[in-house]
Design a binder for this molecule. Structure first.
Ligand SMILES: Cc1cc2nc3c(=O)[nH]c(=O)nc-3n(C[C@H](O)[C@H](O)[C@H](O)COP(=O)(O)OP(=O)(O)OC[C@H]3O[C@@H](n4cnc5c(N)ncnc54)[C@H](O)[C@@H]3O)c2cc1C
Length: 416
């Protein structure tokens, strides 16, 4: 069903009783060309691009819980592309460009709002690092500009730029095209568009094993709903990637950490942009409902629990209150956690594995929502052809053997 003014009008006259479900609950078929494990944003976008750009129809997305129940719907939706290295700039900028037309392409309002992402510096080191990012980005044709504390305050009037506080603002890097989107709508939009093209979305179906043939190649996945055969399997399971890959005998260079966020009571519009500070692991934006959306850093220990330590959010709130004094008397409504998959160089892993027919897309850690579009796009190309898409190629698993790392630790110290 196409969403349009006309369809809205028609449904209005029919008491809104004719709206179709976004996707049907599919029962698994015995065999697919491609099985994608994990119905988060990345898995669903991969399925959508496989169907829409590569004409593949015999595809299933297998999800252990409900669609979008992982990090996709737990994140703070910051979107930007101002990473340091060329490889990262290429994939995040590719993603940002896809965001710009996503609502139109998927025929659903993903509420992409390029309101500007401002990254704060608090000392000489931060200033040097962020200026380096600004120069690198501008050389690559990506917008990023340096602001003095006064200019930062003009862009975000809530910001405290007094210099006698614990975290004085010494400047900021601003990407004006950066912003936020509605995470659920992104997952639902990709699912709806993929299902319309014939992709089977199978929820409540945990993958419990990855079956390999005598030649070592992948044959399919064991699931809670029985064995599902596949020519190729793509694991897109974020924080659970290591567990799944272990099922095929592949050890991943990934650690899984809880990462948390919280929202305040809803208030009138007060925060016009996204402001973030890597140094003090805190960032804030305002949702369309009026809640201030606040993100914290990861816990310092590995865990599969979807809740972070209280001391982490306390630390974040202390910093937020100092940077944005207007928030001091606000009440927090709720907090939650997700499990993020962190690689040693804080860059993702996209591509082949040592097991023929088994592919992986993971390691997005604290910052993969922004890449939901581009990641799915290049992973679909990789799965369809069996060879890495040029943008995905540098993010091979092999780089941890060759040493050709893409170190984005400075940019990815905090969720974003
Ligand atoms: C609190 C928080 C804030 C964040 N903020 C931002 C931000 O502002 N900007 C940004 O860019 N990124 C952010 N991120 C990171 C971002 O959320 C993730 O990188 C991204 O959503 C990962 O998407 P995904 O589709 O790979 O993972 P997920 O949405 O987690 O999808 C993986 C899916 O795999 C499923 N799965 C796992 N095991 C199995 C199994 N055995 N069988 C079947 N299915 C399985 C899971 O149930 C899950 O649905 C944040 C993350 C968190 C937790």
């Amino acid at each position: 069903m196409h969403f349009s003014f006309l369809s809205l009008l028609r449904q209005a006259f029919a008491n809104h009783e004719g709206w179709q479900p976004y996707w049907q609950q599919a029962a698994p078929k015995p065999f697919y060309d491609i099985v994608i494990v994990g119905a988060g944003g990345h898995g669903l976008s991969t399925a959508y691009y496989l169907a829409s750009e590569f004409g593949m129809r015999n595809i299933a997305v297998v999800e252990k819980g409900w669609l979008g129940g992982g990090n996709t719907a737990r994140n703070t939706t910051v979107i930007r592309s101002n990473y340091l290295w060329e490889e990262s700039e290429a994939i995040y900028e590719h993603s940002l460009k896809l965001w710009e037309s996503l609502s139109h392409v998927l025929n659903i309002n993903v509420m992409y709002s390029p309101r500007g992402v401002m990254m704060l510096a608090h000392n000489h080191h931060d200033t040097m690092v962020l200026k380096r990012h600004v120069h690198a980005n501008r050389l690559a044709g990506i917008d990023n500009e340096w602001l003095t504390p006064e200019e930062a305050k003009a862009f975000c009037p809530l910001l405290n730029i007094e210099q006698n506080i614990r975290y004085p603002v010494t400047g900021a890097a601003l990407q004006r095209r950066g912003g936020v989107a509605r995470h659920d709508a992104v997952a639902w939009g990709y699912a709806r568009a993929a299902a319309a093209l014939g992709v089977d979305i199978i929820e409540n179906c945990p993958v419990t094993g990855i079956r390999r043939g005598a030649d070592g190649a992948v044959m399919g996945v064991e699931t809670g709903k029985g064995f599902i055969g596949a020519k190729r399997v793509g694991v897109v399971a974020a924080g659970h990637t290591s567990v799944l890959m272990e099922m095929a005998g592949v050890r991943m260079p990934i650690e899984s950490f809880p990462l948390q966020a919280l929202v305040s009571e809803p208030v009138k519009p007060m925060m016009p942009c996204v402001a973030m500070s890597n140094t003090i692991h805190a960032y804030m934006s305002q949702s369309d409902k009026g809640e201030l959306v606040i993100g914290a850093g990861t816990d310092v220990y590995t865990s599969y629990s979807q809740a972070g330590g209280l001391h982490i959010s306390q630390h974040t709130l202390e910093a937020i209150c100092e940077l944005f004094p207007a928030t001091r008397r606000m009440k927090m409504l709720r907090n939650w956690g997700g499990i993020v998959d962190v690689t040693p160089d804080r860059s993702p892993i996209i591509g082949k594995t040592p097991v023929p027919g088994l592919f992986v897309n993971c390691g997005w850690g604290t910052g993969g929502f922004k890449a939901t579009t581009g990641s799915g796009h290049v992973f679909a190309a990789t799965l369809a052809s069996g060879e890495p898409h040029p943008i995905a190629a540098p993010f091979s698993l092999d780089r941890f053997r060759t040493g050709r790392l893409i170190d984005e630790a400075a940019a990815a110290a905090v969720a974003h």
